[in-house]
Design a protein. Structure first.
Length: 151
């Protein structure tokens, strides 16, 4: 074979591979958090305790899956129009559970006050351990994304 044929085949294979990556990875449909079955329903403290006891096993069970947790709202924050709720999870050294609300929940979130009990449903991203931080694993946080308020 000459070089042009080899290069042509390689370019064709690259285009096919790129198309497959786009179809199956980039263009993946988003999880409907409201309708999906929850892999965990319970307290924020319970979910956090599972991640603290065995982060790898809990990550396998819950990461990428919908969970529904209830807990006491500690703080409301966020940047660039996003709203994050920090829920108490029983760690006196910091950390806990952070729920990043979906944009559709911004109006409902305005009525929330620290200290009240809330129920949120979202997709679990796993445990975020700030390994380089001062507290390390002590300040670890379970992350939820695309959350909706269930109350």
């Amino acid at each position: 074979m000459n070089i042009r044929k080899i290069l042509g085949v390689l370019v064709l294979l690259g285009a096919v591979a790129g198309g497959l990556v786009y179809v199956f990875v980039v263009n993946k449909p988003h999880t409907n958090v409201a309708k999906a079955e929850a892999a965990y329903e319970g307290s924020a403290t319970g979910l956090y305790a599972e991640f603290q006891a065995d982060a790898a096993a809990a990550g396998t069970r819950y990461a990428g899956k919908v969970v529904q947790v209830r807990g006491v709202l500690v703080e409301i924050g966020g940047t660039d129009g996003s709203i994050n709720l920090q829920l108490e999870a029983g760690n006196p050294m910091g950390g806990g559970l952070t729920a990043a609300l979906a944009d559709s929940e911004n109006t409902a979130a305005a009525a929330l006050e620290p200290g009240q009990e809330v129920v949120v449903r979202g997709e679990c991203s796993g445990l975020d351990q700030d390994e380089g931080g001062l507290l390390g694993a002590l300040g670890a946080t379970v992350q939820l994304t695309s959350c909706i308020l269930v109350y």
